[in-house]
Design a protein around this ligand. Structure first.
Ligand code: ADP
Ligand code: F6P
Length: 471
């Protein structure tokens, strides 16, 4: 097997198989924040990406994508059910997102989690060059750092968690909490989105494993594991360049026309997930219409909600509830040719997303809890003329950086309504000042800056950064 000096390990590969309209099998970019962040970064880097190809059964052999080697890991239907849908997305995901849905604990899921983590560690061990760097991503693979260190002690191992890391009182619920913490401690550097997460982790390690721990360093046997906050970002330049294209601007104008030329367009773009606060947002919007604060003729809401984890019960229930609510609101407040909500569940290519961002004068990003939320950053990057308002939840990681957004508590319905009204009625000069400040921040703090800061922390000498094209 060919080996690389830089190996990224993530549950998903950046491409997913899907069926083309003519029935043929084709590959497309997989949805979600992790791929959005890492795909542009690794493009044209001689790295290997280890992950699952989105289809159960034997691992397909895949061509390189933009110069990056794709190394697929097989998942059986049982692995998919018990590891991905079970332990990852019905135990850890809800627990790490403030338990907004009840986490479930099943011993069979834990067995699958161990088994799949072991398989990912074995594949990573095979494709990493001697002394190479392996960068493990996210909550699906928290045991991989420890397992990989046992197989390949020569490697430099990084771990980055894209989602929130919960406070001790929540994490302590986990039946296998000690094993999960120990697994992460196999890394040389553990990165989180926010400093609070690093603090939660250090507190837990001290409490559960009785190890000497500060928010920056943890002593494990004869090693020091470093811990820190590295807020992930986007390819700001790429999104801005895309949004500035004349055909994208033209498409944005057409989209607005197709909506009936309203005075205001509010846009939300989410994966269909109970953490994203979609139901709360719909409720706030419908109450604004019912109360006469917003008129359907003047103001339109476009809600993009891309279905996700569709066989997990909580996600099925959520989709049914959202679709019922959209139907109710349109039935009650829409008119012929004038729905109150335009509801779309399709995937869009990057140019269409950029056009949607340019079309919307208010972007409502109001998750109940989110590790970062790249959609908020993409909207800001796309507003190349410094117009538009970002309504942002305090509970998105992005809120720590985008302080000039209109920030709201999405659990507070009245606050959410006031926030929406404030963005709709805002003074254009104020909006422009805020947007300029946020765009400046993202120009500097883009995905390359994130990788640079993470990889130079992983290798204090900074020499690892040369393995990626980060400038
Ligand atoms: P998460 O990682 O929870 O999905 P993020 O907001 O961080 O949330 O990232 C979502 C990513 O998926 C963004 O890059 C966004 O542009 C992309 N995305 C969301 N909805 C769609 C869609 N309908 N079509 C294509 N890409 C989408
Ligand atoms: O950001 C969290 C995350 O689970 C990422 O790992 C992933 O890119 C995204 O959400 C989409 O989730 P899934 O891979 O389950 O479709």
């Amino acid at each position: 097997m060919r080996q690389s000096s830089l190996v990224v390990v993530a549950n998903r590969l950046p491409i997913d198989d899907s069926v083309a309209p003519d029935g043929a099998c084709e590959w497309r970019r997989s949805p979600g924040g992790l791929v959005s962040a890492l795909h542009p970064l690794l493009r044209h880097t001689p790295a290997t990406w280890v992950g699952w190809a989105g289809r159960t059964g034997p691992a397909p052999s895949l061509p390189d994508v933009d110069g990056v080697r794709m190394q697929s890991v097989p998942l059986s239907a049982e692995d998919f059910r018990d590891h991905y849908e079970g332990f990852a997305n019905a135990t850890l995901w809800p627990l790490y997102h403030d338990a907004v849905e009840q986490p479930e604990y099943h011993r069979r899921w834990w067995e699958a989690y161990q088994r799949v983590n072991q398989r990912f560690a074995e594949v990573a061990a095979e494709v990493a060059e001697p002394g190479g760097v392996v960068w493990i991503q996210d909550y699906h693979l928290q045991l991989v750092p420890g397992l990989l260190r046992e197989l390949r002690p020569d490697l430099r191992i990084g771990f980055f968690l894209h989602v929130p890391f919960p406070p001790p009182e929540l994490f302590m619920q986990l039946p296998r909490r000690a094993e999960l913490l120990r697994g992460m401690l196999g890394a040389d550097l553990i990165g989180f989105q926010r400093a609070q997460a690093a603090h939660n982790f250090a507190q837990l390690v001290a409490k559960v494993l009785d190890l000497p721990a500060t928010d920056r360093r943890i002593g494990v046997d004869d090693r020091v594991v470093r811990v820190g906050a590295f807020p992930v970002s986007i390819d700001t330049g790429e999104m801005a360049a895309l949004a500035a294209r004349p055909e994208v601007a033209e498409r944005a104008r057409r989209l607005r026309q197709d909506l009936g030329g309203p005075e205001h367009v509010i846009l939300s773009v989410d994966r269909m997930d109970y953490t994203k606060g979609i139901e709360q947002r719909l409720k706030a919007y419908s109450e604004l219409i019912a109360g006469g604060h917003v008129k359907v003729r003047d103001t339109v809401l476009v809600q993009v909600a891309m279905p996700s984890r569709e066989r997990v019960g909580q996600y099925q229930i959520l989709r049914e509830r959202i679709e019922r609510e959209v139907g109710r609101i349109n039935g009650e407040f829409g008119r012929v040719g004038e729905p109150a909500i335009h509801y779309l569940t399709q995937p869009f290519d990057r140019a269409e997303l950029a056009a949607l961002y340019r079309m919307a004068d208010v972007m409502a990003v109001t998750p109940l809890r989110d590790g970062m939320n790249l959609v908020a950053k993409e909207y800001v990057a796309a507003r190349v003329d410094d117009t538009g308002a970002l309504l942002l939840s305090e509970f998105a990681g992005a809120a720590a950086e985008l302080s000039q957004a209109y920030q709201v508590n999405p659990h507070d319905l009245e606050g959410l309504k006031q926030g929406l009204l404030a963005t709709l009625q805002a003074d254009p000069a104020d909006l422009s000042r805020r947007m300029r400040g946020m765009r400046e921040h993202l120009r500097e703090h883009d995905i390359r800056a994130w990788a640079r800061s993470y990889l130079s922390a992983l290798d204090e000498t900074g020499s690892l950064t040369t393995r990626l094209r980060t400038d």
